[in-house]
Each structure stands twice: as structure tokens, then as C-alpha cells.
Design a protein around this ligand. Structure first.
Ligand code: SAM
Length: 276
């Protein structure tokens, strides 16, 4: 994987597109460069629904945090947090608990620069770590995390639009377990993941186009994504479902104006509790 240059990284104008900046572009953000926009336009040609997919995913993230915080979780670990965007985790969590603690992790240096600036006013309860998700032991031992998150109390682990950046040969299932086995019972995990059964050709195009970014990836089938939840207590209803349909109990359903049927936004999403 090339980490190449990113704004804030001090290396000038980037020449390799980044997953964080592409996602920022899809969501209407301004933290992207020509190399990202050029690739994003190619992606839009082959996957015209990409911006809606990003919005649906982002809305799922907000609802998942709302659900966890509504069930008493007041500390969150957001892996692959992305650039600051609408409804960030700390804002959603603070609606339930003003002192909720959130640690953001991303391997893209530009994310850390922006997140640190955004969070400076509450740095005692919000941390930012620049790290690769494939090193959970270092992330969980990092001082930014240990000074904010109590390892003996439930944590909301967010792996939202993340695990598809790990190909099978890097053992994404084993990686998730390495996080979960270090979290206490009663913790929650939220996962969303691009699937490849609804629109196989467009999913293949997405994989092919992301091979040119700093985060190549792999889409998966429903069964393969369901495997991430093995041994966990899936919140059901809604279960593992289309991200736009993920709305348990009293959580508000997605805004009708933004709603897209599964045929046009092929991401699966679920939330589960660690038993015990
Ligand atoms: N989780 C956020 C959300 O759903 O709104 C952002 C998702 S964005 C599609 C994926 C993020 O994962 C990007 O910011 C990218 O930099 C980050 N990422 C990709 N591979 C990573 C890795 N190996 N370690 C840490 N972060 C990674």
C-alpha cells in the first residue's frame, strides 16, 4: 500500500487518491485534491450511485452510535474514522452523554490533522490516533486511547465502511477478533461493508478503481459479511441489513428524501453486542 502524500502531511500535492478524501468528496466535503476528484469522476461513471451509498453509510454510522449511546455506551473507538463530516461520532454520542469519550483512528495523516483541529476544545475526552487498523494491539495500548477509554467498561467499536479495505489474505475476520477479545462483555460493534451480490459488475468496478488508491479493497457476499458477526449477539431486528434500512426500535428511520433502495446502495450494516 502506498501512503503517498496527503495535505497536512507536509509532502505537497498528493499524486495518489486516498479513500478518506474520496469519501469526503462523495459527501460534498472540500478536503480533496485533483487526484481524488479525477478518480471520483471515473468511479461515478461506472458506479453512479456512489455518492448516495456514502450518504446512506454515514447515516447508518449516526444511527448505530445513537443506538449504542442509548444503551449506555459512553466511550467509542472509531476505526477508519475518515475526515470530519456531518454527524460526527462525538456529537451523536454527546446527545446522550455530554462527557462521552471518543477516540478516532485513521491511517491517513490528513484525518489526524483535521480531527485534532476540530476536537481541540474537548481534547481531554476526544483523542486522535494516526495508525493502521491492522495493528490493534498498538492502537489499544496507545496513550491517546488509554488516557481516555476505560478498558473495564463497555466500548462502542465502530468498523464502519472499513473491513472491505482488508482483503482475505490479510485475515479481516481474525483482525476483528483481535479487537473484540480485548473489549469487555457488553461492548458493541457496528459494521458496514460493501456487498457484491446486488450489483456484481459495479462492485467489481469499484474494487478495480480503488486499486489505484492508498486503500485497495475487497467487496464481499452477504454470507461473507455475516461471518463477521459470528459469536456475537446481533441486534435483530433489524439484523444484518441494507444500511438504509438499519433502524432498530425507537431510532428514527432514515430521512425519506435520502432513502435509496438496496438495488442502488449495496452496503450491508449491522450492530452486535459482545456476549457475557
Ligand atoms: N468510518 C467512516 C464512515 O463510515 O463514515 C469513514 C469511512 S471511509 C469510507 C474509510 C476510512 O478508512 C478512510 O478514512 C481511510 O483512510 C480509512 N482506512 C482505510 N484503510 C485503513 C487502514 N488500514 N487503517 C486505518 N484506516 C484505514
Amino acid at each position: 500500500m502506498s501512503t503517498d502524500t496527503t495535505p497536512g502531511g507536509g509532502h505537497g500535492v498528493p499524486t495518489v487518491a486516498s479513500a478518506a478524501r474520496l469519501y469526503d468528496y462523495y459527501l460534498g466535503g472540500k478536503n480533496n485534491f485533483a487526484v481524488d476528484r479525477d478518480l471520483a469522476r471515473q468511479i461515478e461513471q461506472r458506479v453512479p450511485e456512489i455518492k448516495r451509498m456514502a450518504r446512506v453509510n454515514r447515516q447508518f454510522l449516526g444511527r448505530a452510535v445513537d443506538y449504542m449511546a442509548g444503551h449506555g455506551v459512553d466511550q467509542f473507538l472509531d476505526i477508519g474514522s475518515g475526515l470530519p463530516a456531518e454527524n460526527p461520532v462525538h456529537e451523536v454520542a454527546r446527545r446522550h452523554c455530554p462527557e462521552a469519550r471518543v477516540v478516532y483512528v485513521d491511517h491517513d495523516p490528513v484525518v489526524r490533522v483535521h480531527a485534532e483541529a476540530l476536537l481541540a476544545d474537548r481534547a481531554e475526552i476526544t483523542g486522535v490516533i494516526e495508525a493502521d487498523m491492522r495493528d490493534p494491539e498498538s492502537i489499544l495500548a496507545h496513550q491517546e486511547l488509554t488516557s481516555r477509554i476505560d478498558p473495564n467498561r463497555p466500548v462502542g467499536l465502530l468498523m464502519v465502511a472499513m473491513l472491505h479495505f482488508l482483503p482475505d489474505h490479510e485475515d479481516p475476520y481474525g483482525l476483528l477478533r483481535r479487537y473484540l477479545e480485548r473489549l469487555p462483555a457488553g461492548s458493541y460493534v457496528a459494521i458496514s461493508h460493501v456487498e457484491n451480490e446486488t450489483a456484481p459488475e459495479r462492485a467489481a468496478a469499484l474494487e478495480q478503481l480503488y486499486a489505484a488508491t492508498n486503500s485497495p479493497g475487497q467487496t464481499r457476499s452477504h454470507a461473507e459479511i455475516a461471518r463477521f458477526f459470528d459469536g456475537l449477539e446481533l441486534v435483530d431486528p433489524p439484523g444484518l441489513t441494507h444500511g438504509g434500512d438499519w433502524a432498530p426500535g425507537p431510532t428514527p428511520v432514515p430521512d425519506a428524501a435520502d432513502y435509496m433502495p438496496r438495488e442502488h446502495t449495496w452496503g450491508l450494516a449491522g450492530v452486535a453486542r459482545l456476549p457475557g
